[in-house]
Design a protein around this ligand. Structure first.
Ligand SMILES: [Zn+2]
Length: 424
C-alpha cells in the first residue's frame, strides 16, 4: 500500500508539471467557459452557464501547465480519459473577496465568472478547484466537454475597431495586454488612444517591463460608452457605460471593479490576449486587479501612472498588497497555521518557503522598520491589510505605496518569471 501511494504521488507529480505539445491537443483559437459561482461565507456552488468559441489564442503554446501555484482557484484541463493534464492555470475572482465581507455573514450571493483555455481537438474534462483556508485545493466544478458540440456558441464580435499599439510580434510568445475603455463616449475615442499611449509609456518606465519591452504587445478595442465617466455610488453618480465599472466595491471607496465579466470577455476576444486592462475615464483615485481576471485603473488621477503597474502586480503576478488596511487581526483574514499562498507576504510560519534565503544574515527577522534597514530585504511587519502578524519583504515597494515606483526584489523576481513564462 505504501509503495502504491508513493507511486501515485510521483505519477501525479509528473502529470502536474510536464509541459505538453500544443498541436497534439489544441487548435490555435480558444474556448471560453462561463459559469456562475455563488454561496455564503461557508459554502460554494458553481453552475455551468455556457461554452463559447473565440477566434484567437494569445497564450503560450509552450507553457501550457501552470508552474506558479498562485491564486484562490485553478482550472485543470484533462484529456478525455481524465488522466493526462493538458492545461492548467491559477486565477482569482471577486466572489472569493466577497466571502470575507460582512454581507457574506448575512446572505448568499452569486457572481458571473469566465475562464479561457486553448480550443481542444478532442473530448476533455475541465475541473475547477478552489483553495480552502489551509491552502488545500478542493474540486468545486467538473464538466466533460465535446468540442464538436453544436451548443458551443460561435458568435463573432465585429462592432468595434481594434488598434495594435505596441507590436513586438507573434502573440504566442509575447505577453499580450488588451486595453478596453470604459466611460469613453464615441467622440472621446481619440482621448482613449492618447491615454493608452500615456499608460504604455508609464508601464515601460518600470522594471522589469523596461528591460523586457520587446516581450510585450499592447492592443486596444475601441468600445465606446453611452455616457462619459463611471459609477461613483457614494456621490450618487451613475453612468451608462459599456463595461458597467463602479467604485465602492464591497464598501471600499477607491476599489474600482465590474461584475459584468461576460462583456469584459466578449470585448477582450477581439484580439489575442493574456491580460485584460480596463481603463476607466475618470479623475477619481482608484483601481483594482484580480489575478488572471482583469485590471482596472482610473485614467486621469495624478497617481494613475503608478496605480497602473500596482494593479498589474495583482492581476498578472498574484502579488498581495503590502500595506495595512482596516483589518485589526491577521486571524480574521488568514489561517495563521499555514503560510499565505501569496509570494510577497509571510506570517513567518514557514519563512524558508518564501524569501528567507535572500535575506542577509546580518538583517534581523522580523526586521525593524528603521532607516538603517530601509533599503534592506527582510521581514517588515504590516502587510496584506493587517498591522500585526503578516510581514512584507521591504520597507517600501510598488505593492505598498505610490511613493515608490519600484517592485521590491521579491515582487520583481515574480513579475519577471511570469513575464518570461508568457513570452517564451
Ligand atoms: Zn513587494
Amino acid at each position: 500500500m505504501k509503495s502504491l501511494i508513493f507511486f501515485s504521488f510521483i505519477f501525479f507529480g509528473i502529470n502536474l508539471y510536464a509541459q505538453v505539445n500544443f498541436d497534439d491537443f489544441f487548435f490555435d483559437k480558444s474556448m471560453r467557459l462561463d459559469y456562475t459561482i455563488g454561496g455564503t461565507g461557508n459554502e460554494t456552488t458553481v453552475y455551468f452557464n455556457k461554452l463559447k468559441e473565440e477566434p484567437f489564442w494569445g497564450g503560450s503554446k509552450k507553457n501550457l501547465i501552470d508552474k506558479f501555484n498562485f491564486g484562490y482557484y485553478r482550472i485543470l484541463v484533462f484529456d478525455s480519459a481524465g488522466t493526462k493534464l493538458i492545461y492548467s492555470r491559477g486565477f482569482s475572482d471577486l466572489y472569493v473577496e466577497w466571502k470575507d465581507t460582512e454581507e457574506a455573514k448575512q446572505t448568499s450571493r452569486s457572481f458571473y465568472e469566465s475562464v479561457q483555455i486553448p480550443f481542444p481537438k478532442n473530448d476533455i474534462v475541465i475541473k475547477i478547484e478552489m483553495r480552502d483556508k489551509q491552502n488545500v485545493f478542493n474540486t468545486v466544478f467538473e464538466i466533460p466537454i465535446n468540442p464538436g458540440s453544436v451548443s458551443i456558441i460561435k458568435d463573432k464580435q465585429t462592432k468595434y475597431k481594434i488598434q495594435k499599439l505596441q507590436n513586438n510580434g507573434d502573440s504566442h510568445n509575447k505577453l499580450d495586454i488588451v486595453i478596453i475603455p470604459d466611460g469613453y463616449t464615441e467622440s472621446e475615442l481619440e482621448k482613449f488612444h492618447a491615454d493608452c499611449n500615456r499608460f504604455i509609456s508609464y508601464f515601460f518606465e518600470v522594471e522589469p517591463f523596461k528591460t523586457y519591452r520587446n516581450n510585450v504587445n499592447f492592443w486596444a478595442v475601441d468600445a465606446f460608452s453611452e455616457e462619459s465617466g463611471t459609477d461613483i455610488p457614494t456621490q450618487n453618480i451613475w453612468k451608462n457605460t459599456v463595461l458597467n465599472t463602479h467604485f465602492n466595491t464591497f464598501g471600499h471607496e477607491r476599489y474600482l471593479t465590474t461584475q459584468d465579466i461576460e462583456t469584459v470577455r466578449n470585448l477582450a476576444a477581439y484580439v489575442p490576449y493574456d491580460q485584460i486592462y480596463i481603463l476607466v475615464n475618470t479623475e477619481k483615485y482608484g483601481g483594482g486587479g484580480i489575478y488572471n481576471c482583469y485590471n482596472l485603473c482610473s485614467a486621469d488621477n495624478e497617481y494613475s501612472g503608478r496605480v497602473f503597474t500596482h494593479e498589474f502586480g495583482h492581476a498578472f503576478a498574484a502579488l498581495a498588497d503590502e500595506y495595512e488596511y482596516g483589518y485589526g487581526k491577521a486571524e480574521d483574514l488568514y489561517d495563521m497555521s499555514v503560510e499565505p499562498w501569496q509570494v510577497n507576504i509571510t506570517n513567518l510560519v514557514d519563512f524558508d518557503s518564501k524569501w528567507k534565503k535572500s535575506v542577509d544574515k546580518n538583517t534581523p527577522v522580523p526586521t525593524p522598520d528603521t532607516p538603517k534597514f530601509a533599503e534592506k530585504l527582510g521581514a517588515f511587519e504590516g502587510a496584506g491589510y493587517v498591522k500585526k502578524g503578516i510581514y512584507r519583504p521591504m520597507h517600501d515597494c510598488k505593492m505598498r505605496s505610490n511613493s515608490n515606483d519600484k517592485f521590491c526584489p521579491v515582487c520583481y523576481k515574480t513579475v519577471l518569471e511570469m513575464l518570461l513564462f508568457y513570452s517564451e
